[in-house]
Design a protein around this ligand. Structure first.
Ligand SMILES: C[S@@+](CC[C@H](N)C(=O)[O-])C[C@H]1O[C@@H](n2cnc3c(N)ncnc32)[C@H](O)[C@@H]1O
Length: 470
């Protein structure tokens, strides 16, 4: 039920999932900015906490965020809070009655839930907590099964499971507004997906990427390293039209060896289109094609609202591009005869990212976002290694730790201006013309080290292998 509009100074409480901690703030900020709303945390804001209090929002803003968020579990209209139950009581008794009464009417039904973070309460203790709220002027009837209004007492026992205090460190009480989209993680799990590969992206992370990219209905989204299309699945769920390319003919055509246990070859109809059909978003599927991301196959104009991708790290899938080590065997640029089968050569990690940024600077609409994963060797990581482009502003940089030595970072950039004339001259795939070549010398060195190190470490394999059953 929508809240009456005369109610003022409302504050909202988000309860966030305690995983992928780094990804939560950029997700919520991106979803708020889709509503044109800034992120206004209350004074006590702690990014690592499972509870965030937000100011300056309407109930509709909160509902819209929750309709997309996979990082947030639930949202509440905050009625009171404090370090102890006594402080909570004082705070609740001060809460404007005109904000409460519409939900406490005699002819209404309600229920109070008790939620504890980092502690399990006995049933009897929960009942005691509810009974202790009798000072609130509820006039309606309790309905456990289908109440009109749900209220929640939330107790925070900190984040250390080895040091759980006897009493909560903070308590909140509020009216439940909406749940987030955590269910998508299960419903879209690659374990039950029609077409998967060794590096299919985890469903939760795919949705987080789509949210960081601010993908919205009728957008045009492109994945240059599309693989089995997990990122397209997530973007199409939010109503975007999706397309992609991959250098691998078998992946694009759904042929070759299966990644499933007990299945040697991919079956008929194991392809990206079938994945979208499985989730009812086939109408959003444009197409995918076999193409080398290092080659300029697209019209030189802005095309995409978002570019969202997981480039190859060279562990399970090789980093390749078309071409030959011997220039002499290279066909002329204008050759497009059907009998030509391109030879492949190594695609250096730093070139992958330089190309990706150049490509995005040229083909994203202004305000459009590039979201991609960057592999990192942690002992040597520093922010200077993140590739930059004058047309792209860094929005967020979130780490997902894979092992003590490796991680990958989810980088989000936004296009702020068209590339300069001199940038435009730079051939998209030819590093000789790259205006950032000198600036990139450090990164060049970093990535060649990383290439070797990742080759010896299988943590990237493990995280990327959610799709592999065998
Ligand atoms: C990490 S996987 C992407 C996985 C994908 N996100 C999914 O969910 O299945 C990287 C993909 O890049 C492709 N690839 C490697 N080199 C490429 C190139 N030069 N151009 C286009 N695709 C390439 C590989 O074939 C592989 O499918």
């Amino acid at each position: 039920m929508a809240a009456p509009s005369s109610r003022t100074c409302l504050q909202y409480l988000l309860h966030l999932a305690q995983d992928n901690l780094d990804f939560r703030l950029p997700e919520i900020k991106a979803l708020l900015s889709l509503r044109g709303k800034p992120f206004h945390p209350a004074e006590s804001f702690k990014e690592q906490s499972p509870f965030w209090c937000l100011d300056g929002l309407s109930e509709e803003d909160v509902r819209t965020v929750m309709a997309r968020s996979v990082c947030a579990k639930s949202a509440f209209e905050l009625w009171g809070h404090g370090r102890t139950h006594s402080e909570l009581r004082t705070s609740l008794l001060k809460y404007p009655s005109e904000n409460m009464t519409p939900f406490m009417q005699r002819d209404s039904t309600y229920r109070i839930n008790v939620y504890t973070f980092n502690k399990t309460l006995e049933f009897a203790d929960r009942i005691k907590r509810i009974d202790a709220m009798e000072y609130l002027p509820f006039e309606g009837t309790v309905s456990l099964k289908s109440p009109q209004h749900i209220f929640c007492l939330l107790e925070d026992y900190g984040t250390d499971p080895n040091n759980i205090p006897e009493h909560p460190s903070y308590v909140y009480f509020g009216r439940w507004i909406a749940d987030g989209q955590r269910e998508l993680i299960r419903s879209h799990s690659v374990k039950n997906r029609h077409f998967i590969g060794n590096t299919s992206m985890d469903a939760g992370l795919s949705f987080i990427m789509a949210n960081h990219a601010k993908v919205k209905e009728n957008d045009l989204v492109f994945d240059p390293f599309v693989g089995t299309g997990s990122l397209l699945v997530a973007c199409s769920h939010f109503g975007a039209y999706v397309c992609g390319t991959d250098i691998d003919y078998n992946t694009i055509h759904g042929k070759g060896r299966s990644s499933r246990k007990n299945q040697k070859w991919r079956g008929p109809d194991e392809n990206i289109r079938a994945n979208l059909r499985q989730y009812g978003t086939q109408r959003s599927y444009l197409d995918v094609m076999v193409s080398d991301a290092s080659k300029p196959v697209w019209r030189d104009t802005v095309l995409f609202d978002a570019i969202i991708t997981d480039p190859p790290y060279g562990i399970r899938e090789s980093t390749r591009r078309t071409g030959s080590h011997k220039d002499i065997t290279k066909p002329p640029d204008d050759f497009c005869g059907e009998s030509h089968v391109p030879v492949s050569m190594a695609y250096h990690l730093s070139d992958i990212f330089t190309d990706l940024l150049n490509f995005s600077a040229h083909h994203l609409v202004k305000g459009g976002r590039l979201v991609y994963w960057l592999p990192v060797y942690r002992p040597e990581y520093c922010e200077e290694m993140i590739p930059l482009h004058p047309s792209l502003r860094m929005i967020s940089n979130c780490e997902q730790t894979l092992s003590s030595h490796t991680s990958r970072r989810l980088i989000t950039m936004e296009k702020i201006k068209e590339p300069e004339e001199s940038d435009a001259l730079a051939h998209l795939s030819d590093p000789r013309f790259s205006p950032y070549q000198g600036h990139n010398a450090f990164r060049e060195k970093y990535f060649s080290g990383l290439n070797k190190k990742l080759g010896k470490d299988d943590s990237m394999d493990k995280v990327n292998g959610e799709g592999q059953e065998g």
